[in-house]
Design a protein. Sequence first.
Length: 86
Amino acid sequence: MSTPDADGLERAVLDLLDRRAEGATICPSEVARAVAAEGQEWRELMDPVRAAVGRLVERDEVDVTQGGAVVDLARARGPIRVRRRP
């Protein structure tokens, strides 16, 4: 299995969110782990996953949070969470 392209990463984010309760969040690392090809280090996918999350934010599909508050992905430092936009 190869690593998904940009559209595939966006779909992976949304698919994981669809499997959660309304309002629940996911960690971008969950997406990276889910899409990593066999033998691939999932950490290598964190930048592409964050970029996919950024595109979804721009389209008003998801929010990025820290400590439960919505934050600007470009300014966020440290762990973030992603949720569907209410």
